[in-house]
Design a protein around this ligand. Structure first.
Ligand code: UD1
Ligand code: F6R
Length: 377
């Protein structure tokens, strides 16, 4: 049932404040006078000790689920101190990459049925790793065959392009990082700030959804473009990849997410006065990331110097400073805790992909050649 919406993708984008609330329900503990704020993930609590002892965490997934894990990687590394590596399921299988008994492997999948991810799970089980599932589908193959895990509880996702599952996956993996790191006293205040940020997140998502009309206007400008680049770094490298994936899979427009730190190592050659480029340059709250914000400002200056056609996503109030030295279109988004910013920043790009698709006259909910659940290899 699409309710007041024309398409499932549109409905699922707009219901994110509610789906995120459901994802967090019963899992955030407010704390009290003598009790700290904390996270309770029923499916992981008996395995936290084993996870903390592991030598490495390996995130495994495909498509959007991989991107969600990439968004959560920095906070898991920060709060757990455990090295985290990333694997696209098919590539791990192609290489038969090493997986050890001392590893915690985390399988991220909305459907829980993706053939590549499922086969990678069998491979990790054979190699004796602890296997954790992050799935949206209770009773799915991945949920059943992992040793433990967390259901993201985002509700049924019907549009082929994953939207609300992406944001719920990031939130679940951030909560997983909080749970794994909960035995470290030195990061207690950092964890409590993130938990406060989680409580506020649905209302911030509601705020960013107000950009709908603005994104529709932007889509009108981009309707006949051949290509769109998206630059991001740090927490928002995943946003660049995921934004580009949405644009290519539903709007059928070539789009590429690029790690901004790699710009000078090749992509800069593409920049001219015609190619539209989205630059994600939101401010990260944490001090050590202020450096990253200024790095992204320098990327913007270099793109301006080459007369690049920029669309800059920045924190509310930063428009003037971020665009000094050239003109750009601006997307202003609310600021949240750094590790949660990818949940906010993807929303305007989901809206952009949606409107571009409708304006270009393509099928939003059933893009050509794609299936919701890829059960063949
Ligand atoms: C569970 C119940 C929920 C109930 C809550 C009350 C289910 C599905 N969930 O939620 O209805 O309100 O307790 O305390 O009955 N698992 C995997 N792999 C996965 C995902 C999950 O093995 O990919 C396992 C978990 O380790 C856990 C079980 O499935 O044993 C349920 O996981 P989850 O729904 O996330 O647990 P709770 O949030 O505690
Ligand atoms: C993108 C998309 C695909 C899936 C991928 C993995 O919008 O839908 O890239 O994310 O096929 O699917 P799951 O998460 O079901 O394993």
């Amino acid at each position: 049932n699409k309710g007041k919406y024309e398409h499932y993708m549109q409905k699922e984008i707009h219901e994110q404040p509610e789906s995120l609330t459901t994802t967090m329900r019963g899992r955030l503990i407010r704390g009290g006078s003598c009790k700290a704020k904390s996270v309770l993930l029923g499916g992981l609590k008996d395995h936290l000790k084993t996870i903390r002892r592991s030598r490495r965490v390996v995130f495994i997934g495909c498509g959007t689920s991989y991107n969600a894990a990439l968004a959560a990687r920095p906070i898991l590394e920060e709060l757990s101190g455990i090295p985290v590596t990333m694997e696209i399921a098919s590539d791990l299988l192609d290489r038969q990459g090493p997986i050890y008994r001392e590893d915690t492997t985390v399988f991220v999948s909305q459907s829980g049925e993706t053939a590549d991810t499922l086969q990678a799970l069998e491979y990790a089980l054979e190699n004796g790793a602890l296997c954790v599932g992050i799935t949206n589908t209770v009773g799915s193959a991945i949920a059943r065959n992992t040793h433990c895990g967390v259901h993201i509880n985002a509700g049924c996702e019907i549009g082929v392009a994953s939207t609300k599952a992406y944001t719920s996956q990031i939130v679940v993996m951030a909560m997983m990082a909080l749970a794994i790191g909960s035995d470290t006293i030195s990061s207690q205040s950092r964890r409590e700030t993130i938990i406060d940020g989680l409580f506020d997140l649905p209302s911030k998502v509601r705020e960013v959804l107000k950009l709908d009309q603005e994104m529709k206007d932007l889509a009108k400008l981009l309707i006949s473009e051949q290509s769109l680049l998206v630059f991001g770094r740090g927490y928002n490298y995943a946003t660049a990849l995921e934004g580009a994936l949405k644009v290519k899979e539903v709007a059928l427009m070539h789009s590429e997410g690029i790690l901004a730190g790699e710009m000078k190592h090749g992509p800069l050659a593409l920049v001219d006065e015609t190619l539209p480029i989205v630059v994600i340059a939101t401010r990260d709250a944490c001090f050590r990331f202020l450096l990253m914000y200024s790095k992204q400002q320098s990327v913007i200056q270099q793109l301006h110097a080459r007369k690049g056609r920029l669309i800059v996503m920045c924190t509310k109030g930063d428009a003037a400073s971020v665009c000094a030295g050239g003109s750009s279109r601006i997307i202003e988004v609310p600021q949240v805790e750094d590790c949660l910013q990818p949940v906010i920043n993807i929303v305007p790009l989901q809206l952009l992909a949606y409107h571009l698709t409708v304006l270009r006259g393509y099928n939003v909910d059933q893009p050509r050649n794609l299936a919701k659940s890829v059960t063949t290899q």
